[in-house]
Design a protein around this ligand. Structure first.
Ligand SMILES: Cc1ncc(C[n+]2csc(CCOP(=O)(O)OP(=O)(O)O)c2C)c(N)n1
Ligand SMILES: [Mg+2]
Length: 445
């Protein structure tokens, strides 16, 4: 752009020709930042004992947005716990509901997905109303209830996509399709993590979808790890798209397989739009392998990924670009994409990367201290200490101050939970019991 020239007000993606206005782009950016702030605040709420457990979608924001642009009312999602940005983008969830679920709020008005019975980031929409009558499933987006066993969403996503096929091809069904299907145009969007693709359910489902030729779009969010296990140790060729290459459709039926980068906003929108159009129009299944997504806070609130990932990965970069700006990754100080740490993480061999020399040094020093009886291996850190650490690392990035809407959501969810259970109720929650257990002094042998 030349100096003095007005910036373009729209941008069009190269292949699928999706046109985005400047307002749409800014609104996506805001949503990504809010979602990241919600993940950070969510973790903090768990570590200070206000919520029992958390698993979040940080690092997957842009991939989620890419998929959300292709989603239409009447479509289905069958996914896993990294889809909060998608759910916010397509309007199935709000930030208030997200925090209500984190606090396990039993009120269905506030936590409509499961009334506090599911883990965080587990969503669901209803197919029937209070009187047991079918709802109009074409007026809004739908999601099947999230399941905790890895890859359990896969067979169900094939079923949902197959339903579209049957509505299009079966005359008997077409006659009763009102409120369920418009000529079988509905697509099922399925999401799964890279490690989830090692499950048998994944392979059976992909094969079935390829044989049946159903409108299924699978997004694989690949952060390179399944908790602590890197791709090299569990996926043939270290890449699910490479392993599935033989399923790529050529002259005959098969899968449309694409690779996209988790930080490439326009590329993701373009890729998902293209394959979704194919799935909708011709019922060709597709898989988008989204690589270079990050996981800046680690797997869940039940662990510390600093213990098993190289420093660059644990800080959210892993030798790639972060899907949100650098200052938003709370622990990323000094480890940008071109830093020595990330460069060395890229070039190290898998086994060496798995246990870096820094990790080995730390392990051997802590085992020396353990032998001398200074620390005990299993001593749990107190919740208070963990909370202080988190609060300290977050002072640099004060999301709550920057993004009042996230703060309002968290406060509203807290307040309504308190008004229902009374202020003392928190002391009786599972989360508090967990925290008390952490505070219990450990007797060392
Ligand atoms: C059948 C089954 N085995 C193991 C687990 C424990 N588990 C939960 S998440 C997870 C790792 C999933 O990794 P990945 O699919 O890469 O998703 P990510 O969390 O990295 O996004 C494991 C092993 C489980 N929930 N279900
Ligand atoms: Mg993973």
């Amino acid at each position: 752009m030349k100096t003095g020239e007005r910036p373009a007000t729209t941008i069009t993606t190269p292949r699928a020709k999706v046109t985005l206005t400047r307002e749409q782009v800014i609104s996506d950016y805001r949503l990504a930042v809010r979602s990241r702030a919600a993940s950070e605040l969510g973790r903090r709420e768990v570590l200070i004992g206000r919520a029992p457990f958390g698993i979040f979608g940080d690092g997957k924001e842009i991939a989620n947005l890419g998929m959300a642009h292709a989603f239409r009312p009447g479509d289905w999602r069958s996914g896993y716990y990294r889809d909060q940005t998608f759910m916010l983008a397509v309007g199935i969830a709000t930030l208030e509901q997200y925090f209500a679920q984190l606090y396990a709020d039993a009120d269905l008005g506030r936590e409509p997905f499961s009334g506090g019975r599911q883990m965080s980031n587990h969503y669901a929409t209803r197919t029937v109303d209070e009187r047991g009558h079918w709802r109009d499933l074409l007026s809004t987006g739908q999601t099947a209830s999230d399941l905790s066993p890895v890859a359990a969403q896969m067979p169900r996503s094939v079923g949902l996509a197959w339903a579209s096929k049957l509505y299009r091809t079966s005359p008997g069904l077409r006659a009763v399709a009102g409120g369920f299907s418009r000529n079988g145009d509905e697509v099922c969007f399925c999401t799964i993590g890279n490690a989830g693709t090692s499950e048998g359910l994944f392979w059976e489902s992909i094969n079935a979808a390829g044989v049946l030729q159903v409108p299924l779009v699978v997004g694989v969010w690949d952060d390179g790890y399944g908790i602590s296990v890197p791709n090299e140790f569990q996926t043939t060729k270290g890449s699910i798209s490479a392993a599935l290459a033989g399923m790529q459709r050529d002259s005959g039926p098969g899968f449309e397989i694409r690779v996209a980068k988790g930080w490439d906003y326009l590329g993701l929108i373009d890729t998902f739009a293209e394959v979704t159009e194919l799935a909708r129009r011709e019922h060709v299944p597709a898989l988008v392998h989204v690589v270079e997504v990050t996981q800046p806070q680690g797997h869940s609130t039940s662990g510390s990924h600093e213990r098993y990932k190289p420093a660059a990965c644990a800080s959210g970069w892993c030798g790639t670009r972060s899907p949100t700006p650098r200052h938003l990754t709370s622990t990323s100080a000094g480890t940008g994409p071109r830093s020595k740490a990330s460069a060395s993480a890229r070039t190290r061999s898998p086994r060496r990367r798995y246990a870096s020399s820094a990790t080995k040094r730390r392990r051997s020093s802590s085992s020396r201290r353990m032998r001398r009886g200074r620390i005990s291996r299993r001593r749990p850190r107190s919740c208070a200490a963990r909370a202080t650490r988190t609060a300290r690392s977050s002072t640099r990035v004060s999301f709550a101050r920057w993004w009042p809407c996230v703060r309002t959501a968290v406060q509203r969810a807290r307040r309504s939970r308190r008004s229902r259970h009374g202020t003392g109720a928190r002391t009786r929650t599972a989360s508090h019991r967990i925290c008390s257990a952490h505070r219990t002094p450990r007797r060392s042998a």
